[in-house]
Design a protein around this ligand. Sequence first.
Ligand SMILES: Nc1ncnc2c1ncn2[C@@H]1O[C@H](COP(=O)(O)OP(=O)(O)O)[C@@H](O)[C@H]1O
Ligand SMILES: [Mg+2]
Length: 209
Amino acid sequence: MRPGRFITLEGGEGAGKTTLARTLAARLSAAGLPVLRTREPGGAPGAELLRGLLLDGDIVWDPVAEAMLMFAARREHLAKTIRPALEAGIWVVCDRFADSTLAYQCHGHGLDRAVWDGLMGVALGDFAPDLTLVLDLPPEAGMARALGRGAPDRFERLGAAFHARVHAGFQAIAAAEPGRCAVLDATQPPAPLAAAAAAILRDRLGAPL
Ligand SMILES: Nc1ncnc2c1ncn2[C@@H]1O[C@H](COP(=O)(O)OP(=O)(O)O)[C@@H](O)[C@H]1O
Ligand SMILES: [Mg+2]
């Protein structure tokens, strides 16, 4: 049983995911729907501990180990937070999910896609988002926005070529799964971007927005 809807927001650093997640959650809530806003890595107590190791530590992880930690956190998030919320009829808006691991670890760092496929199968089975909004912004613009936000984390400190590969990765993901994914022009200011996102939720998920 899954009466709630699972919506993920994806895209590079500074694309506006967190800002849009807040606005969408507020709009869904104002429309009378129960909403949970969450984010990755994290979203459950154990997953938040793993987030600290992944984003703030100075360990250079083996790429497969890093992907395993990401999926361990994701499995914990799904089991403890996302699935119970969906079963209770709650609409879940999630800032990053499995596509980020594919874009960052595989497209960005060259991790074998078969590792991601295998970890997906173990951690998620056939679970997938009902809708994924991919925020498309040139990576240089995203980095400029993200740096305006404060001290860069470990992923933000990776170079321009890395972020260009991540950006291309998100485009490839959206192109490969047009039924699940919708690409949004994230160069727009926050208000029209949120309006475009709301229209997609209305059209694809029947959200009363
Ligand atoms: N649509 C937008 N246009 C311009 N600036 C934005 C937009 N959305 C967010 N910002 C600003 O850009 C920075 C990064 O936004 P944020 O939502 O944190 O991005 P992300 O979560 O994708 O890294 C913040 O300072 C935010 O206020
Ligand atoms: Mg964010």
